[in-house]
Design a protein around this ligand. Structure first.
Ligand code: SF4
Length: 178
């Protein structure tokens, strides 16, 4: 496993967004099994990634072995998570005959505050709402589309929170067309 990048976490400036890589060659093949043994995980079969919540952190495992992690306190913590993913991936592969991948995964519950954390928090009103919090509430109610937050898609500095928010919404069962 290795750490590729440590960046500021926009959701919490005291924490980091970390990009790492796991040493599991066939992670794409393992992913549907791994998603069943990771708590609160969602699996996107089309793009082959897994997303799961670990406390406040949102972790996404991509099919090219890259892993993005939000709200990380230290490099050691990130390495610990990568190690845990590698161990669970090996276990999932060894036990694949016992894991039923036809069962739908449980959806994660998310609230407006979870969504708000991964919005730009500028209250710029470009989405037609007075505040980012109002937008978060409407997004969860299905009255707004994530793409209506234009800064999230147009400003490169928001790429990290955008990816995380999309993972979070998908893990909660929201359908997103990008
Ligand atoms: S467009 Fe995005 S950043 Fe601006 S108020 Fe709406 S949710 Fe907040």
């Amino acid at each position: 496993m290795e750490i590729k990048e440590i960046l500021p976490c926009i959701a919490d400036p005291s924490k980091y967004r970390v990009i790492g890589k796991v040493d599991i060659e066939n992670i794409a093949e393992i992913a549907p099994y791994l998603a069943r043994i990771l708590p609160n995980a969602s699996y996107n079969a089309k793009d082959g990634w897994i997303s799961f919540k670990k406390g406040q952190r949102i972790i996404t495992i991509h099919s090219d072995r890259f892993v993005t992690m939000t709200m990380i306190s230290s490099k050691e913590e990130a390495l610990g998570i990568l190690k845990e993913i590698e161990e669970k991936a090996r276990t999932a592969w060894e036990k694949r005959d016992e894991i039923d991948i036809s069962k739908p995964l449980q959806k994660t519950f998310i609230g407006a505050l979870d969504v708000y954390k991964y919005l730009p928090k500028t209250n710029c009103r470009k989405c037609g709402e007075q505040t980012c919090m109002a937008f978060a509430v409407k997004l969860l109610n299905g009255e707004k589309d994530i793409k209506e937050c234009k800064p999230l898609f147009e400003d490169k500095k928001f790429i990290g929170i955008r990816e995380t928010l999309i993972s979070l919404l998908l893990s909660a069962g929201y359908e997103i067309e990008l």
